[in-house]
Write a protein that binds this ligand. Structure first.
Ligand code: NDP
Length: 451
């Protein structure tokens, strides 16, 4: 048996219930086979065995009091996966589906994504099974404060720098940072995604969505194409989706889909910038349901269906797909329908939104496929830029940060292509992203000896 299959077997055996983590490990390790032959020093140093084991896993009780005075308890997580390249770095997710396996999958992906950005950041992830839906501002604040009451002792600007993810946006980062500042009596860059008034970076809210579109733009350019007049499907209606839509509009494309966890909306006329502002107000301020969009703009609404089911069932034609909601949202049959209806490019704003069967379909059909760890790395890259500005105690302009983001996305795209070619899989962004991300981390781990 090869080193790779041994490691995969062990991961499955010791944590049998962590399905999403297994999926992420298999996806990465299977593409690393060429590195085993080329780098016997990695095998000798046990790099493959060590990289799948987090440096540290922290699980904790998060008790809080709701508006009715009842005491509730959730579970908090922080997985500090790998700090070979820099302090642990990765978001916090608040969603009822959160468990250790999901946080480990996200933290594992984050190692390679952060490596691809070329910035000095290790990989980590955290969160809670807390459901923000329907909670008042006061409940959110009390929950965030209780979460930070434990997390503060494990993080720091040189140790571990969390950020947002699903369910953790500007409001939550404000509450988390405010409480950290209070109990540590220090105002440091311990979180990213902060408000502009207290150390945040311009373009950070936009960065994941913009970066995903920049990455897609680079892929399209390899085939002499661009976004102009293309029909685009976006899923989700949160942070990543909102700014992906804004950037597609700027580049002349037409976005016709959005969703949330309760419905999908199809708007054939296109979600222009005015409609996008409405979505931002609906989701970020009023915290309403996407169904309201369909009522306001007379667009078709499909309850309890995701974007990809609706596209398949209705035979809707799209040129480009940008999944920006959650993991495993596109399955094999939906991927097949997308491609049969003419889709030639998929760039993942979300983390692992395509099942392994969907990825196989993309690869067999030779469409352009940008996996999340490369395509959505713009968010964490701009978090890295926020950390730099905090350390330098200065702020860069919007244009400067956006320019750096674009350059980073171009450089990630090039690294993926270069690595795919160097390891015999030319044009395969999955292999390219995994190998380019891995080799750098592996070399650093090798340099440290067995620690
Ligand atoms: P948000 O919480 O802002 O938005 C998530 C959106 O996806 C919401 O519209 C939510 O609906 C929807 N959604 C969640 N679960 C489902 C589901 N099962 N079916 C359909 N829709 C669903 O999160 P983000 O936009 O920040 O994150 C989206 C994805 O992007 C995640 O995979 C995240 O890991 C990834 N990502 C985010 C980064 C960032 O900077 N924020 C960086 C890199 C990756 P509802 O409103 O009903 O909850």
């Amino acid at each position: 048996m090869s080193v790779i299959s041994n490691v995969i077997d062990k991961v499955k055996h010791i944590d049998p219930e962590q399905k999403e983590f297994h999926q992420a490990v298999i996806e990465v390790l299977e593409t690393l086979e060429p590195t085993v032959k080329r780098h016997p020093e990695f095998v000798k140093a046990g790099i493959y065995e060590r990289i799948v084991e987090p440096e540290r896993v922290i699980m904790f009780r998060v008790p809080w009091v709701n508006d009715n005075g009842e005491v509730l308890v959730n579970r908090g997580f922080r997985v500090q996966f790998n700090n070979a390249l820099g302090p642990f770095k990765g978001g916090l997710r608040f969603h009822p589906s959160v468990n250790l396996g999901i946080i480990k999958f996200l933290g594992f992906e984050q190692i390679f994504k952060n490596s691809l950005t070329t910035l000095p950041m290790g990989g980590g992830k955290g969160g809670s099974d807390f459901d923000p839906k329907g909670k008042s501002d006061g409940e959110m604040m009390r929950f965030c404060q209780s979460f930070m009451r434990e997390l503060y002792r494990h993080i720091g600007p040189e140790t571990d720098v969390p950020a947002g993810d699903i369910g953790v946006g500007g409001r939550e980062i404000g509450y988390l940072f405010g409480y950290y500042k209070k109990i540590r009596n220090e105002h440091t860059g311990v979180l990213t995604g902060k408000g502009l008034e207290y150390g945040g970076s311009l373009i950070r809210p936009e960065a994941t969505g913009y970066g995903t579109v920049y990455f897609a733009q680079e892929m399209l350019a390899t085939r002499g194409m661009d976004f102009k007049d293309k029909v685009v499907a976006v899923s989700g209606s949160g942070n990543v989706a909102q700014y992906a839509i804004e950037k597609v509009n700027e580049l002349g494309g037409r976005v016709i889909t959005i969703c949330d966890s309760s419905a999908t909306v199809i708007d054939e006329k296109g979600i222009d910038n005015d409609k996008c502002c409405y979505i931002m107000e609906l989701k970020n301020i009023r915290r309403g349901r996407i169904q309201e969009y369909s009522e306001k703009y007379q667009a078709e609404c499909f309850l309890d269906k995701n974007v990809w089911d609706v596209i398949r069932e209705k035979g809707i034609k799209v040129d480009i797909a940008l999944p920006c909601a959650t993991q495993n949202e596109i399955d094999g049959q939906n991927a097949k329908a997308l491609i049969e209806n003419g889709c030639f490019c998929v760039a993942e704003g979300a983390n692992m939104p395509s099942t392994p069967e969907a990825v196989d379909v993309y690869q067999e059909s030779s469409i352009l496929y940008g996996p999340g760890k490369a395509a959505n790395a713009g968010g964490v890259a701009t978090s890295g830029l926020e950390m730099s500005q905090n350390s330098l105690k200065l702020s860069w302009t919007r244009e400067e940060v956006d320019h750096r983001l674009l350059q980073i996305m171009k450089s990630i795209h090039k690294s993926c292509l270069d690595a795919s070619e160097a390891y015999g899989k030319k044009g395969n962004y999955v292999t390219g992203a995994n190998i380019a991300g891995f080799v750098k981390v592996a070399r650093a781990m090798l340099a440290y000896g067995v620690v």
